[in-house]
Design a protein. Structure first.
Length: 375
């Protein structure tokens, strides 16, 4: 049975070139980057070359890139340190953020007494920008934390618009950009954002490695103590091969943005149009035309009983899609994202997220739709 992978928002297949690069580094550059002998210096060159490569893709300074284990660690570090070291007394966010942001925010609210303001979510999943400005006008020491592309429904935040508002009212701006890094062009020299995060496995790199962008002259404290790695901000010997693989994956992804965007946007429209033909009562969660080009979240006109087994049934046929975040897989609870934007009746119907990569085809979409119709 041939398998069909349509869950690329959860993770992506590693590029063959990335595997080759990592294998080369594992074999040839096994030294500790903190060692002063030639073996260590060789590994250090790999790490710093990767840092420069990533910075070049994002048009920022290499010193603004700090390597982490992924987006979750980076989000926790930035939010917790903003309160501890930047004097933040209020966080403005939404209830449709990834739990890597929501859970630290809730913890800071409970343990540090931080004021938390959640923006209203429109029926299409977007925020009310005027509401954000109204809150910012009450000038407190504030961190705005809003994700760029929602991992479940693909709704897109206007980073520049939010960044300009934050700058106007002297607030810090942090964005979880895990779903967008490597998929659209970034120019951090011009975008008014203070912090963003990325995970390599979302753009065809290895798991367990990512990075944070920390705008220069922003004084965050260390996330892990115990050494001088990463400018003293994150102690621990760097995963040299993973860092090298991440830089290679981002380079390939950024080089292919225009081609992939057109192909995936066409696939998304093809899937939506044919799903509408197969299921006349189908609804989209988020406006199809304005959500991110690689994510399609749909509500199927099937019964509540069928929703329980839908992913299991598709999996038996070799088809991988999801209900939402992979971090909540196996949970019987409805998506916290959909719960914020859909009426109670709609939550009873099965919603699935279909997320695309460059390797997907229209034929795979046809097989998915036929499998759904068999339900």
């Amino acid at each position: 049975m041939s398998k069909i992978y349509l869950d690329n928002a959860a993770t992506t297949a590693i590029y063959p070139e990335v595997i080759a690069e990592m294998s080369k580094v594992l074999a040839e550059e096994f030294g500790n980057p903190s060692s002063t002998h030639s073996f260590g210096r060789g590994a250090k060159v790999v790490v710093e070359t990767a840092r420069k490569s990533i910075a070049q893709q994002l048009n920022c300074s290499a010193q603004e890139i700090i390597f982490t284990s992924g987006g979750t660690e980076a989000n926790n570090w930035i939010l917790q340190n903003a309160v501890k070291n930047l004097g933040i007394v209020r966080i403005i966010s939404t209830k449709i953020e990834h739990h890597a942001v929501l859970y630290p925010v809730f913890a800071l609210q409970k343990e540090a007494g931080i004021e938390v303001c959640f923006l209203s979510i429109q029926p299409d999943g977007t925020i009310d920008y005027s509401e954000l400005e109204t809150l910012l006008a009450d000038e407190k020491s504030t961190m705005v934390s809003l994700m760029h592309v929602n991992n479940e429904i693909g709704v897109v935040l206007d980073l520049n618009r939010v960044g300009v508002l934050c700058k106007k009212y002297k607030a810090y701006f942090h964005s979880d950009t895990v779903q967008s890094i490597g998929k659209i062009e970034f120019n951090l020299e011009e975008t008014p954002i203070d912090f963003l995060v990325a995970s390599a496995h979302k753009f065809h790199g290895p798991k367990g490695v990512g990075f944070a962008f920390i705008r220069k002259n922003t004084r965050l404290g260390a996330s892990i103590l115990g050494g001088e790695q990463e400018k003293g901000l994150r102690a621990g010997t760097e995963a040299v091969h993973q860092i090298a693989g991440m830089a290679k994956a981002l380079e390939i992804s950024c080089t292919s943005i225009a081609t992939n965007q057109q192909k995936l946007a066409d696939l998304k429209i093809y899937a939506w149009q044919n799903l509408q033909k197969a299921f006349p009562g189908i609804k989209s969660n988020g406006a199809v035309a304005s959500t991110f080009y690689s994510v399609l979240n749909v509500q199927l006109p099937l019964s509540e009983d069928q929703s329980i087994m839908i992913l299991f049934t598709l999996d038996l046929q070799g088809i991988a899609v999801s209900r939402g975040s992979a971090c909540q897989s196996g949970s019987a609870k409805p998506s916290h994202v959909l719960a914020e934007m859909l009426p109670e009746e709609d939550l009873k119907h099965p919603s699935i997220r279909i997320s695309f990569s460059h390797s997907n085809t229209k034929e795979e979409i046809d097989v998915l739709i036929a499998a759904l119709q068999s339900l």
